[in-house]
Design a protein around this ligand. Structure first.
Ligand code: GLA
Length: 742
């Protein structure tokens, strides 16, 4: 498929009027392209992006789609499209510069040291560096012939996973400072008849609400301006289907995401030639960035995968990539846990926690996680209005410190984890009194709080030290601490730093400061598991997940809502990274709540001592069941079977690589008369030639399964006819384990 009519470079528009001449032109063009133009194919296992260096040294994207067998043939693609004129000749630019001949949304916009605002980028060189058999990076150097500014475009290919990461490095080679007004990570160019964007929006407790819409001419922008995190209103993840909305198993679809834990922006522009330009990166909003002579700016990364076999394959590719290359310990284990947040809120003391630690053991999970409220003395953290920033144990609640709890955990043979929110501060705190200059706020303006707190200025190296020390001190004093829940509840209002000379650097330097702290933390504690959390699961992005083993999807743990949220998150993030807690949100029985939480990493946030005997018995057995299937959930391949947006139930399954074990999760989401699975659900991902037994897990005590557990089915049968989990309004959640029978 082609992208833009680059033949425009080689002829006048009158020629195009005659069919005969047009054919000649195509021939001529092809030859010229063959002779003069360099094609730079960037290929994964199944797809390709072809860059072409024009005779004028400008680099365009001439192809995006399924890989061709013969790379040389990418050069013919441009000649096949007749959609009109590209007056600029750079509509398909690999990195669209502003201020010269460009007429559309740029990827880069600068003011040079002499005040000139034009930019032209021309090919200098390119090279490919191989990291290993699977990973290689193509870099392409572009330079402005008039103003010494160099841009290097990077394309990192993960061959087997069909994933590409793109970013650029912008270097100021001028005598004076250069200001960057826009500095995208990537600039893509796709061609189809129609484009369908599936994107997300939300708010606290309403994460991952989704919409799918046909893109019309013009620009659709996905962005955030929250400062401390990517998402609250919009996450940096989206997908675009070409020609028609992709289904799970069919259709051409691109998944994209900006890897940046702060303000991001994605422009999706259907251009005058009906091609789709996608420009993604850090949001340049209020963030003009000045580069001193000789200085470089490395943009955020932009991640994408492309599939011609629908959303399911795209997810599985991304999951495989994430587990192998991105999420901290993505191929390792996780700790099941009991959290005390909803069980106690701020109201606890040592004896109460000691009881909860015993309950952790009783439940059978791996770890007790102490949440908010354990610190601060002058302004004790007894609610969310005070104490944040004062990271000393509260002597009333914890007279013997964290050490006592770590020991109690050890005595009970469970691990101990702890909550921190080190980037933020309550005005009612000693930290605020001692270091008002560390707080982000506009001088002279009334402070505006988010959850009664303000954000610390992470662009300041002293603040970076402070944040690092919050965690490091805990670890140094209590080496037995096994887990951190790193929270981030506030957003940035009144963006102003006392430390920075250049205020428009704050949003970018905040995130860079955060990464510096996390790099330092990881250098010292490379494997310590850590949850990425935000009041509202809005912080997740693939740059942050390099440092975290998992993330908090939402404060909303109502299992009905979670089915939809977990479903949507599952397009982009693998189950091993989903922290799902069983809580008292929602009206559903404990079985339903537990069954829903089990499709990711299982945790509990309930008062164990208040469970009825049968409920406790159920939970204890569920934890055992989870331990037996978690391997498949965490490391297996996900197949979505029935979409809760389209049915009155949801169904999905995980299959391990060997295809000898699988777990199928089924949940009712509607309760109208007759709702349920009236017919079998077709399974996926099994081996048609293998034989499987189906067993129901998590049966509530004293209930029986209607499933015939001694029957044996071939993978062929299960994938052709399907299997009925027998969901109904009286059987609202069903977990089935499939095991190969030899
Ligand atoms: C946020 C988190 C919750 C909890 C509270 C504590 O809201 O999302 O899980 O940790 O903070 O204040």
């Amino acid at each position: 498929m082609l992208l833009s009519n680059v033949q425009k470079h080689f002829c006048s528009s009158q020629l195009i009027k005659s069919n005969l001449l047009l054919s000649l032109l195509f021939l001529f063009t092809t030859q010229v392209l063959a002779q003069k133009q360099t094609i730079i194919p960037i290929e994964t296992q199944h797809h390709a992006l072809a860059l072409q260096v024009g005779a004028d040294q400008r680099v365009g994207i001439t192809y995006f789609g399924k890989k061709l067998k013969t790379p040389a043939e990418y050069q013919h693609v441009p000649t096949m499209y007749r959609r009109g004129d590209d007056y600029s000749g750079i509509l398909n630019s690999a990195y669209t510069p502003a201020g010269s001949r460009n007429l559309v949304e740029p990827a880069i916009q600068v003011t040079h040291s002499d005040g000139n605002t034009s930019l032209d980028l021309q090919y200098v060189s390119h090279k490919v560096q191989k990291t290993d058999k699977n990973v290689s990076t193509t870099s392409l150097v572009l330079r402005d012939p008039q103003h010494p500014l160099e841009v290097t475009l990077f394309y990192k290919v993960y061959h087997d996973e069909d994933v590409i990461e793109q970013w650029s490095v912008i270097k100021n080679n001028q005598q004076g400072p250069v200001t960057l007004h826009k500095y995208a990570s990537a600039n893509l160019y796709l061609s189809a008849d129609r484009y369908y964007l599936k994107h997300y929006h939300g708010d606290w407790a309403k994460e991952m609400q989704t919409q799918e819409t046909q893109l019309t001419a013009g620009i659709k922008v996905l962005d955030s301006k929250l400062g401390t995190r990517a998402n609250l209103y919009q996450p940096p993840t989206f997908m675009v289907s070409l020609d028609k909305p992709a289904t799970e198993d069919e259709g051409r679809v691109l998944y994209g995401s900006v890897e940046w834990s702060g303000n991001f922006r994605v422009d999706l522009e259907v251009d005058p030639l009906n091609n789709l330009r996608i420009i993604g990166g850090i949001n340049p909003f209020a963030s003009a960035y000045t580069l001193a002579p000789g200085q470089e700016f490395t943009t955020a990364l932009f991640l994408y995968t492309y599939s011609e076999k629908g959303k399911g394959e795209a997810s599985r590719n991304l999951h495989r990539w994430a587990r192998k290359y991105r999420i901290l310990d993505g191929q390792g284990d996780r700790l099941t846990l009991l959290n005390n947040w909803e069980a106690t809120y701020f109201d606890f003391n040592e004896p109460k926690l000691a009881e909860l630690i015993k309950d952790t053991k009783k439940l059978g999970v791996d770890m007790f996680l102490l949440d908010d409220g354990w610190f601060a003395n002058k302004y004790p953290r007894n609610n969310d209005k005070a104490g944040l920033g004062d990271w000393q144990e509260n002597v009333q609640k914890l007279p013997h410190g964290i050490g006592y709890l770590v020991k109690e955990a050890k005595n009970n043979d469970v691990k101990f984890g702890i909550w921190v929110e080190p980037e933020m501060v309550n005005p009612k705190s000693e930290l605020y009194e001692q270091h008002p200059e560390w707080v982000i706020r506009q001088p002279g303006r009334e402070e505006h709080l988010y959850r009664n707190q303000l954000v610390l200025d992470l662009s300041n190296p002293q603040v970076q030290d402070f944040v690092f020390n919050v965690l490091d001190n805990i670890m140094t004093k209590n080496p037995g601490v096994a887990f951190f829940k790193w929270d981030c509840n506030a957003v940035i209002y009144n963006a102003h730093s006392t430390y920075l000379r250049n205020q428009s650097h704050l949003y970018v330097d905040y995130v860079k400061g955060l990464y510096k702290v996390l790099d330092r933390f990881r250098a010292q504690y490379p494997k310590l598991p850590m949850m990425l959390c935000s009041g509202g699961g809005g912080r997740v992005d693939y740059a942050a997940l390099k440092y975290f083993t998992e993330f908090w999807l939402s404060d909303n743990t109502d299992p009905l809502e979670r089915i939809f949220m977990q479903w949507e998150y599952s397009y982009f993030f693998p189950a091993i990274s989903h922290d799902n807690h069983v809580t008292d949100w929602g009206k559903q029985p404990i079985k339903f709540r537990t069954d829903v939480a089990m499709m990711g990493k299982l945790g509990f946030d309930i008062v164990v001592s208040k469970l009825e005997p049968k409920e406790l018995q159920f939970c204890q057995q569920a934890v055992k069941n989870y331990n037996s299937i978690k391997e498949v959930v965490w490391h297996g391949n996900l197949f979505r079977l029935a979409n809760p947006h389209e049915n009155d139930f949801a169904s999905l399954m995980y299959v391990n690589e060997a295809q000898n074990r699988s777990v199928m999760f089924n949940y009712m989401v509607g309760n109208r008369y007759g709702a349920g699975t009236g017919s079998p659900i077709k399974l996926k991902g099994l081996n048609p030639d293998k034989k499987y037994k189906v067993k129901e897990l998590n049966l509530y005590p004293e209930t029986r399964t209607p499933i015939k557990e001694d029957a044996i089915y071939s993978g062929d049968y299960l994938m052709t006819v399907g299997f009925n989990p027998q969901l109904s309004t009286r059987r609202t959640s069903v977990i089935l384990e499939l095991t190969q029978q030899k």
